[in-house]
Ligand binder design. Structure first.
Ligand SMILES: [Zn+2]
Length: 491
């Protein structure tokens, strides 16, 4: 399941603010030939695409009607299938009217499957699978079983919904009905039943845990901060840098190793836009995957290289000021684990259960490593490895500006001195010699939601000074992306 979240906070139903104790799930389909999520879900988050008519359901009364459901399944702008959660699952929705015995709005979680022309078997198979996975996910979360799932037309028969035909005007065209659907959900629940919730025993932790611990300790973080980060990374990837999000292994037809290899050798070209989580932190959003790809290419390492991903992760964290502030003054594993979850990883499911699970993993690492002296990392104390190169560039991301790569640091420094504006970078992209430019500006890493105006307002005290940032960075377009590094002029 490709679950995302865009809550309809402008919808009158959301504003009504009523909650339910979910007793079941009602499956709907839209009854209109438009498989694109952007018709219903908006505004554009970069994946949905723009709804040019602006008639999505994130407004008071969409199409003049009092309607709202908990989720939609359909196509993203790139044609892939996704599920969007559009109301908190226990919010009271406006999806099925009522019948002689009351209203399913008071008891049922609801979602709409976007209909197409109803004859495309491939589209049907994809959204059907997504719907079954969503139902299994909700059943687990609310203690429901497949028997608690009905469609709108069944709700009408039961006397708790208005007289609509969905989804039984569609499923049978593809050899399915609601009994088959319930059976498929049942199979998913059975396959998933023994969900692993315990952190691994220390002796089964992968070797990566020590490397990661030492790397983060080497950045000056305390034991709570390092453990809190690691618990989240474990939950995301099992600390495996080559981990491809499980759901995408079958969808894309790749194992972890095959995907990594195909990205490295260039035979797979959709890494940035495929929406698949990958790597230690399961980077998913396209701009973060683009930044990761650029980063590993600049150092000539594999996309699945542990140390390179760690260096990238550390770079990325510099752009999350609120998270950094907590990391630098951490007083418990829980505190760090929670903010990494809610402000950095930001998965769809941020429930208390998930928080407790991740903090538990973090505690496991704390118990294993805290208080022990760390092994110095090779780059800090040992002589450089044979392949260590010091590169002289304007910025790390600007590989084209490279003046040279040197085995001897002193030579690299001399080169930087001779080229104003250039600096020396080690193989992880960390600037180790500033050249002559340091005093002139600070570097800021763009985060999601930023604009030039906002950055200028924060950093320079006045949004209207944004042209100074654009010109210092040689940019003409107003478009910026998360992960992009900008020079900020001095106040
Ligand atoms: Zn319906």
């Amino acid at each position: 399941m490709n679950l995302r979240k865009l809550i309809f906070t402008n919808n009158a139903c959301y504003k009504a603010g009523r909650t339910i104790t979910p007793k079941g799930i009602m499956v709907h389909s839209t009854g209109a030939n438009n498989p694109n999520l952007k018709r219903y879900v908006g505004p554009d988050d970069g994946l949905l695409g723009k709804n040019q008519y602006n008639n999505h359901w994130n407004q008071d009364t969409p199409d003049g009607r009092q309607v709202c459901v908990h989720g939609f399944i359909g196509k993203l702008a790139d044609g892939t299938i996704a599920t969007y959660q559009t109301l908190p699952w226990n919010h009271r929705g406006w999806h099925c009217g009522s019948g002689s015995k009351g209203s399913g709005n008071d008891t049922h979680i609801s979602f709409e499957i976007c209909e197409d022309g109803l004859t495309d078997a491939a589209y049907f198979a994809a959204v059907y699978k997504e719907a079954a996975e969503l139902c299994a996910y909700l059943c687990k979360q609310y203690g429901l079983t497949e028997k608690d799932i009905i469609c709108h037309s069944e709700g009408y028969s039961l006397g708790i919904a208005s007289n609509h035909a969905d989804v039984m005007h569609w499923f049978p065209k593809h050899g399915k009905n609601m009994d088959a659907f319930r059976n498929d959900v049942k199979a998913l629940l059975a396959a998933d039943a023994p969900a692993p919730v315990q952190p691994p025993a220390p002796e089964t932790l992968t070797d990566n845990s020590e490397t990661i611990w030492n790397f983060l300790k080497g950045k000056g973080l305390n034991d709570y901060a390092v453990a809190g980060i690691m618990g989240n990374l474990y939950a995301e990837s099992g600390l495996r840098p080559t981990n491809l999000q499980n759901a995408y292994e079958s969808k894309l037809g790749f194992t972890d190793a095959a995907y990594t290899r195909a990205v490295d050798d260039g035979s797979y070209t959709n890494f940035v836009r495929d929406s698949a989580g990958y790597g230690l932190a399961q980077w998913t959003y396209w701009s973060r995957k683009q930044a990761l790809l650029d980063f590993v290419k600049a150092v000539g390492k594999s996309i699945g290289d542990l140390n390179t991903q760690l260096a990238f992760l550390w770079n990325e964290l510099q752009g999350y000021k609120a998270v950094l502030a907590v990391l630098q003054s951490a007083t418990s594993v829980n505190q760090v684990s929670d903010i990494i979850l809610t402000d950095f990883e930001r998965p769809a499911d941020q429930s208390e259960v998930v928080k407790a699970k991740r903090a538990g993993y973090g505690q496991g690492y704390y118990d294993k490593f805290a208080g022990k002296p760390t092994t110095p990392t090779p780059s800090s104390t040992e002589p450089p490895a044979a392949d260590t190169m010091y590169r002289v560039r304007k910025t790390w991301g600007n590989a084209a500006s490279q003046k040279g790569a040197f085995k001897v640091l002193e030579n690299a420094k001399r080169c930087a001195d001779q080229n104003p504006g250039f600096s020396v970078f080690d193989q992880t992209g960390t600037k180790i010699y500033g050249g002559t430019e340091d005093a002139a500006y600070e570097t800021y890493v763009v985060v999601k939601g930023d604009s030039f105006w906002k950055i200028a307002a924060d950093k320079l005290g006045n949004g209207s000074r944004y042209p100074e940032i654009k010109s210092l960075n040689g940019l003409t377009s107003d478009t910026i992306y998360a992960g992009q590094k900008l020079k900020i002029p001095q106040k």
